[in-house]
Design a protein around this ligand. Sequence first.
Ligand SMILES: Cc1ncc(C[n+]2csc(CCOP(=O)(O)OP(=O)(O)O)c2C)c(N)n1
Ligand SMILES: [Mg+2]
Length: 602
Amino acid sequence: MARHAEETPAAGRLMTGAEIFVRSLVAEKVEVLFGYPGGATIGVYDALHDISDIKHVLTRHEQGATHAAEGYAKATGKPGVVLATSGPGATNTVTGIADAFMDSIPLVVFTGQVPLRLIGNDAFQEADIVGITRPVTKHNYLVRDVRELARTIKEAFFIATSGRPGPVLVDLPKDVMAQKAYFDYPESVALPTYAPILDGNIRQIRKAAELINSSRRPVLYVGGGTILSDGAGELTALARKLRCPVTTTLHGLGSFPEHDPLALGMLGMHGTWYSNMAVNFCDVLIAVGARFDDRVTGKTEAFAAEAKKIHIDVDPAAISKNVKVDVPIVGDVKRVLAALIDLVQPLETADWLTTIGAWKEEHPLRYRNGEEIRAQYVIQKLGEITGGDAIVVTDVGQHQMWAAQFFNFSRPRTHITSGGLGTMGFSLPAAMGAVFGRRDLPVISISGDGGFQMNSQEMATIVEHRLPVKIFVINNGFLGMVRQWQELFWRRRYSQVALANPDFVKLAEAYGCPASRVTRTAGVEEAIRAAMAHAEGPVFVEFVVAPEDNVYPMIPAGQTVNEMIDTPDPATQAGNGEARIEKVEKGKARKVSVHAAVPGHA
Ligand SMILES: Cc1ncc(C[n+]2csc(CCOP(=O)(O)OP(=O)(O)O)c2C)c(N)n1
Ligand SMILES: [Mg+2]
């Protein structure tokens, strides 16, 4: 393979770097590019001017562009692509890049750079974006020679989308993009030091099958890797064959239908009571495309302490990183599950499922409705009205956890959120990006009153493109999740968590978006139905909810299932501020002591 296209002029046409860039994106079948122009990318934007194969979406902030690309990637499984200028344009992409890195989202981010000879000179709008993003990218490049450009782009897309996906950044100096070379887009990449393992080692898979076949109290602990590998079908088939209960992480939601009797919902800090109990008392834990995040494990030494652990993950670095496992299997989740399923038998789990059933009955997710709106009710109604046939994009905070608990996700790629980095301001631009990739399902953005204001400028982009996003703001007047921690663990000393908010309805209307506000429970259902029926373009609804509500159950950070705080008795949960914590002050949480209730437990 010719390394420099220029050496084989017969292979292609002489073009500028900017033209090569555009042609390479066309060769990668990029449909949509989220970006914002500037001095360092003006030549690239000139080349884009005549191209109709790629839709460029002018966001209103480069952070909006990166989150939009993440939403697009999560909803479609294709890489999200971003173009930003040098300096502040590039640094504005960093949060989105870090977010994509934490959540294994394939992104290719292109940034303009000052001309090569000025690099290091503190030139106007210079930032060492390759240095800045090194720890938060899967790989990054500074293109120093126009003859390297096409090959670099080819590699960037390959690295972003293969193995454990992630963000790749390509920095494009202005002069390089003006130089000329013969364009010949490579057909394959040659990266001898990078070769993800996709097929699991068969000896390890057999070991896992043996362990599973001897289990009486198995639990499948399922993470986002299952969805990324398109392995939800195999996972569901495995669970049903084994009669094994399934708990999912925040990113695993949607990989197993929540209405299935084997479904335990989410585990971890705000997971269901019964999923955390099941993990605590299981004898074999089968971790599938999950990474033992601290929001899942709490105190790692105590996490599933009695279980033998099997871990299936495409990223060898994720194995035994946080929790030591007994049977690691490095490989693509879909392929490994397909191999595993033939080697296991249906298990005798009837007693185990009975025990779990009793926990479900005694400790369900619950809240009590009053006149004042509970956010849980909004989410539950939304789940009922859509029948789960919607892509729900949440922000970060209490509403995010309630969405995870009460929507009942049942299909892969219908739940999009910022999990690893926990980036407020994610939802609105990510929902916008999802709409560019998916028109088969309605897309709903759910934000808190705090997070909505972190990227509300993207309302302009959404309205400009008449994107059918349902924009829901859950307004509790607080940075609710931080307020909850202050209430429970900092003696209710509320420090900088009350929000003085704008009139959200007027704000949405100022952007040209139809908007309404709901303040009473009785109005919720109608408002949701009207929003879902809204035919063209975006629609905005503000739900004014109970200001001091809390997310339960809760395992305080770094603690164990013994410290789990269950939902207070609904009788005291009027949802109007008088509810809450009396029963759950730290240290008074109900202790878990159910060893006797677990069959086969010593
Ligand atoms: C960019 C960013 N800054 C700060 C935080 C810390 N944080 C986590 S949740 C939260 C409160 C979010 O408030 P809101 O958006 O109103 O959602 P609510 O919890 O009230 O539902 C904050 C400040 C964060 N996650 N992201
Ligand atoms: Mg709030």
